[in-house]
Design a protein around this ligand. Structure first.
Ligand code: KG4
Ligand code: ZN
Length: 340
């Protein structure tokens, strides 16, 4: 290992995935993720159970990440952790672990904003794709957030549009729940939609000023639509599942692009990225590619493993903090709400 190499341990525990990653310069050596099956029975994440599962998972996950990276604990130069936003009890587990690790190994620690990290995942070395150039416009779509962000630099980001109610991931999950699909429904809607007709049914799209989004109307519209149809045909959902999923998914993606396209024009930015869990959606990825070709945009789609929550993105965000000397001290605490 060359002396100039910087090795960072990343820790992510903001929701229901416990993850640890080892980053060498801008290359990921390992990215371990332990999901939490315990929430499935409840149709959503139960915060108390999530923090308990993080406590059980964190040490084995870090241990495996170090082993898989083929390094030893003493090679690590710094530990980066998600400070927020997220579930407080879950964040506290990762934050406490990072503090203890930093103290025990006598290395600095870097606090990371989870939403910034989703965007900075685009800077992980990947020989199959170029890294974005500044400024670029990023649509960050996850289970908790929907944001349009002008990214001027690694640490200079401006949110220019956000959701007024549900996040795009919630729109997927809540409508999936109405169809009787288990949590999280987003990936299942994606799967069934691939076999369906997106024009089979039409759902309402909100009218919202500026670059903000709204998804709560869609949820109510789908609920009313299903209640009406099921009255006439009790097996309507089973008979039409793929078409319903394709139509809901197309509406969510239209709502996103109805703001992304004018924002790109307004800010005169022709380099567009997507990030966050919903950026794993196959139709969203295809649509971005099509729009980019049509409009002459350069576009950036994250690798699947860096879309949903992972510690690789925390480690790369930590690297930029490390390089600019922005370290946290032992007095730092986790923060459930945190602006970019
Ligand atoms: O970024 P993430 O892992 O966690 C948060 O920070 O919220 O995002 C999780 C969200 C969930 O709502 C999940 O249903 C959605 O991402 N998701 C998808 C897909 N994969 C994950 N939504 C639609 N299509 C997918 N393929
Ligand atoms: Zn996330």
């Amino acid at each position: 290992m060359s002396k100039k190499d910087i090795i960072i341990l990343g820790i992510e525990s903001s929701c229901d995935d416990t993850s640890a990653a080892i980053l060498k310069n801008e290359t990921i050596l390992s990215n371990e993720i332990a999901g939490q099956k315990v929430h499935e029975a409840y149709g959503g994440v139960v915060p108390e159970l999530a923090s308990r599962a993080h406590q059980q998972n964190i040490i084995p996950v870090v241990d495996t990440a170090i082993k898989k990276a083929g390094i030893s604990k003493s090679d690590i130069d710094a530990v980066a952790f998600t400070r927020g936003p997220g579930l407080l009890g879950s964040l506290i587990v990762g934050t406490s672990f990072a503090k203890a690790f930093s103290l025990a190994m006598d290395i600095p620690m870097i606090d990371v904003n989870h939403m910034k990290a989703h965007i900075l995942a685009h800077f992980i070395d990947d020989e199959s794709k170029d890294k974005p150039n500044f400024p670029f416009l990023c649509l960050t779509v996850s289970g908790g957030h929907t944001q349009l962000v002008v990214v001027n630099d690694y640490n200079d980001m401006e949110v220019v549009g956000t959701t007024r109610d549900d996040a795009a991931g919630e729109a997927f999950d809540k409508t999936a729940k109405l169809l009787g699909l288990p949590y999280p429904g987003g990936p299942l809607v994606d799967k069934y939609a691939q076999l369906g007709n997106p024009d089979a049914f039409s759902f309402t799209k909100p009218v919202v000023d500026g670059f903000d989004f709204s998804f709560s109307g869609l949820k109510s519209n789908v609920l009313q639509f299903l209640q009406k149809q099921v009255k006439q045909n009790p097996s309507f959902v089973e008979d039409n599942l793929c078409d319903i999923c394709a139509s809901i998914q197309a509406t969510i993606i239209d709502i996103l692009f109805d703001k992304l396209v004018p924002a790109a024009v307004h800010f005169n930015i022709r380099e567009i990225a997507i990030s966050g869990g919903v950026s794993a959606n196959s139709e969203l990825r295809t649509r971005l590619e099509k729009e980019a070709i049509k409009r002459g945009w350069k576009f950036h789609i994250p690798k699947f493993e860096y879309c949903t929550d992972n510690a690789a993105m925390i480690a790369i965000a930590g690297r930029f903090g490390y390089l600019s000397g922005e370290f946290a001290d032992q007095g730092i605490s986790a923060q459930a709400r945190m602006a970019i």
